[in-house]
Ligand binder design. Structure first.
Ligand SMILES: C[S@@+](CC[C@H](N)C(=O)[O-])C[C@H]1O[C@@H](n2cnc3c(N)ncnc32)[C@H](O)[C@@H]1O
Length: 206
């Protein structure tokens, strides 16, 4: 038996958004792995986090899941691709959470977000992986002391441990992600690098 599949099966829960999940699978939209999502929602529940900023909305799958933990939570989410953004908006409307979502169609690298410093409980970074450091530097000041910063795909589907990548772009991305991971490991933040899904980095801002 494959141990990863065994754990996946144990973690598998009733999918709250089966049509969105199926759409993502059929159209190859990269959404968060079920195992990582389960941990993310667990952390939200334990910490009582209500105000979230997500970098990388895609079609709103993870955003809807984040909002499903607490009825009085609020999500700010940023997506730069208009096709994805439009589908996400439709999905937020479909599940009647549009009043709890502030969705931006913009490039998160340059967007000027007018929110107060230290006003968020959770920052979820899940966009272009080579920009993780930039997103962290730009958006972490908005997170409260003791808030959480979570970064998905820190293992790049195994590429992170590959020392013989021929494709130049992939090699550069790997170097950037590796550098970000190392910086976080060396930092004074409390960090947990979890080999769940495609690798989840949990940072406590304290
Ligand atoms: C991995 S997907 C997000 C998946 C989503 N969080 C989920 O789990 O359902 C990454 C998304 O980030 C978007 N993205 C990449 N770079 C971005 C940027 N600089 N600003 C905003 N969105 C970006 C991509 O267009 C893509 O839709």
């Amino acid at each position: 038996m494959n141990i990863e599949q065994y754990v996946k099966d144990l973690n598998a829960v009733h999918e709250l958004y089966p049509e969105i999940y199926s759409y993502a699978m059929e159209h190859h939209v990269p959404i968060i792995d079920g195992d990582a999502l389960s941990v993310l929602k667990h952390l939200i529940k334990m910490s009582g986090a209500r105000k979230y900023l997500e970098i990388g909305t895609a079609i709103g799958y993870s955003g809807l899941h984040l909002l499903s933990v607490f009825d009085d939570s609020h999500l700010i989410t940023i997506e730069k691709q208009s096709e994805m953004f439009d589908i996400a908006r439709q999905n937020f409307e479909k599940y009647k959470v549009e009043d709890r979502v502030e969705a931006y169609l913009d490039d998160a690298k340059t967007l000027d977000l007018s929110i107060d410093e230290q006003s968020l409980d959770l920052l979820f970074i899940d966009a272009s992986k080579g920009n993780n450091q930039h997103f962290f530097d730009k958006y972490s000041p908005y997170v409260k002391e003791n808030g959480l910063i979570i970064v998905d795909n820190i293992l790049l589907r195994g590429l992170i441990a590959d020392d013989n990548i021929e494709n130049r772009n992939k090699r550069k991305m790997k170097e950037k992600v590796a550098s970000f991971n190392q910086n976080m490991s060396n930092s004074s933040y409390a960090t947990s690098f979890l080999p769940i899904g495609d690798g989840l980095l949990v940072i406590s801002k304290s």
